[in-house]
Design a binder for this molecule. Structure first.
Ligand code: PDD
Length: 286
């Protein structure tokens, strides 16, 4: 029986109780993180926890723990649930209070929920690549906040999935922003292109790792928006996220990217990413 953390306590999955008045239900009023675990070890956890606190601050939400406390909850869940490979899901809502749009008065305590999920690296797809569908980005103008309000992303991912695609490539008036739950990258003439960090995208932690890798490998990067038309003409494309890592894109809509095979630079970045995973380093399996 998997252990959950909810509202200050570690609880067995079938004993978890959640209030109908939790503002997460009513309004998606909260923030969340997904942190990868490889071989029982958290990956880039400091960065994820930092972003959790940053997202909370942007919506004036006080997390009822400090950073070390949040880390401690994640570690205990990994140990007690004997998680080897997978991730931690963590969310904080603005607490339980009768439904009213404005913040509860008086203030109620925020509720942190966390649990573990098992999952392996998507190695086959990382070799073969996936297809993505262009979908208009109808989300709000604070995509920099990792908010529980994900309806725009949910609808985009569903549209992609219903069409047989793995992910949606979102665009505003033809300019690519990011994926429904990923950051988008293109490579043209040896230069890696991706949307700059603005209110229109989430600053992905995997995106940060990839930019660091490019720096280390002297691969030039331009953090500059590109259009869908430009995407169709890229030499290589990939997207990044905690669970997808560095995922090659073989096709955008019906346009095959280059020869449809994983590109050489994408592979180089994937290989460098793998060296940063504790498990692979530890066992010398890179
Ligand atoms: N999604 N952009 C959006 C809109 C996202 O939701 C995510 C993460 C990313 C990539 O961020 P990171 O590299 O830090 O995972 C970009 C998570 C995994 C999710 O919602 O499940």
């Amino acid at each position: 029986m998997s252990l959950y953390f909810i509202d200050g306590q570690f609880t067995k999955q079938d004993e978890v109780k959640i209030s109908i008045d939790d503002r997460g239900y009513y309004f998606g009023d909260g923030v969340y993180e997904v942190i990868k675990v490889y071989d029982g070890e958290l990956f880039t956890a400091d960065e994820h926890i930092e972003r959790l606190f940053a997202s909370a601050e942007k919506i004036q939400l006080t997390i009822p723990y400090d950073r070390a406390g949040v880390m401690g909850i994640a570690r205990r869940l990994i140990v007690d649930n004997e998680l080897v490979n997978g991730h931690i899901y963590m969310q904080v809502t603005r607490g339980a209070s009768p439904r009213q749009h404005h913040f509860p008065t008086p203030t109620v305590p925020a509720i942190l929920t966390a649990y573990t999920m098992t999952g392996e690296r998507p190695l086959a797809a990382m070799e073969k690549g996936v297809a993505v569908k262009s979908v208009e980005d109808i989300r709000w103008l604070r995509c920099d906040i990792k908010s529980l309000n994900l309806l725009g992303s949910v609808l985009a991912k569903e549209e992609a999935k219903a069409g047989g695609y793995e992910e949606a490539i979102l665009h505003r008036d033809g300019t690519v922003t990011e994926g429904s739950s990923t950051n988008m990258f293109g490579i043209k003439d040896g230069i890696v292109r991706t949307h700059p960090v603005t209110n229109l995208i989430l600053e992905g932690i995997t995106r940060q790792v990839v930019l660091q890798i490019c720096d280390e490998l002297n691969i030039p990067v331009e953090e500059k928006p590109f259009t869908l038309e430009e995407a169709f003409e890229m030499d290589e494309m990939f997207y990044t996220s905690t669970t997808a890592e560095v995922m090659p894109i073989a096709r955008v809509d019906d346009k095959i990217i280059d020869d449809g095979l994983r590109g050489a630079l994408t592979k180089k970045i994937q290989d460098a990413f793998a060296t940063k995973i504790p498990l692979l380093n530890k066992e010398g399996r890179v």
